[in-house]
Design a protein around this ligand. Structure first.
Ligand SMILES: Cc1cc2nc3c(=O)[nH]c(=O)nc-3n(C[C@H](O)[C@H](O)[C@H](O)COP(=O)(O)O)c2cc1C
Length: 198
């Protein structure tokens, strides 16, 4: 193509086309002491990274930088269940997201997506409450919340794993649900982002 024609083509490309070329950025932040939530976070990251046009950052909550939060189009937060809720470290990160985004722009999470995942020792000892606590925080910050779909096709609050004696560690099914959630989250975040830039 001649340089003049190439220049004309670039100048006349719709703004949405140019914007769509920027990668969609997803931050997967997690707190984990004994490695279970970290394992689930890695499966979520692998699913998100399988979507083209998406960049994924995996960060321990204490190591996520301010820029990681400000630049994210979507934020996922993983926590171990502590006393039927999220851990203090995960809550502290959630607070940091709200405070950081309110300082950066008054509309906080508007136009961005968010989701939650967790691991807990017992089958029914607070995993729903831990994820709901995270999602409630994100909703108050004006994020668009995205849930998961389990292996049977039912919607869920986000991936979870039981890690105690009843079902030790992370099972292949739990890891696969987490990977699928990462893919779904990244795909929907990319779509929402490109629609909002139209
Ligand atoms: C202080 C503390 C409180 C906990 N409370 C609960 C609880 O209420 N319900 C539950 O199912 N598991 C509970 N657990 C178990 C953890 O949620 C579980 O071991 C989890 O998989 C740990 O995640 P990690 O390996 O990423 O640190 C608790 C663990 C700790 C250390």
């Amino acid at each position: 193509m001649k340089p003049v024609i190439l220049l004309f083509t670039c100048l006349t490309l719709p703004a949405a086309t140019l914007a769509a070329e920027a990668p969609t950025r997803i931050l997967v932040a997690y707190h984990s002491v004994t490695g279970n939530t970290e394992g689930l976070a890695k499966a979520v990251r692998a699913g998100a990274a399988s979507v083209s046009g998406v960049e994924v950052l995996l960060r321990k909550v204490a190591e996520a930088a301010t820029d990681d939060i400000v630049n994210a189009d979507g934020i996922l937060l993983g926590t171990p269940v502590y006393w039927a809720s999220l851990s203090p470290e995960a809550k502290s990160f959630l607070d940091r997201v709200g405070n950081t985004l309110m300082k950066a722009r008054k509309t906080a999470g508007e136009g961005r997506t968010a989701g939650a995942f967790c691991t807990g020792g017992n089958i029914a000892s607070g995993k729903e409450l831990a994820r709901l606590a995270i999602l409630a925080g994100f909703l108050h910050m004006r994020f668009l919340v995205i849930g998961a779909v389990d292996a049977e096709g039912y919607g869920t609050l986000g991936p979870e794993a039981t890690t105690g004696a009843a079902d030790p560690g992370l099972s292949p099914k739990e890891l696969e649900e987490a990977r699928r959630f990462g893919e779904r989250f990244a795909r929907l975040t990319r779509q929402i982002r490109s629609n909002m830039k139209d």
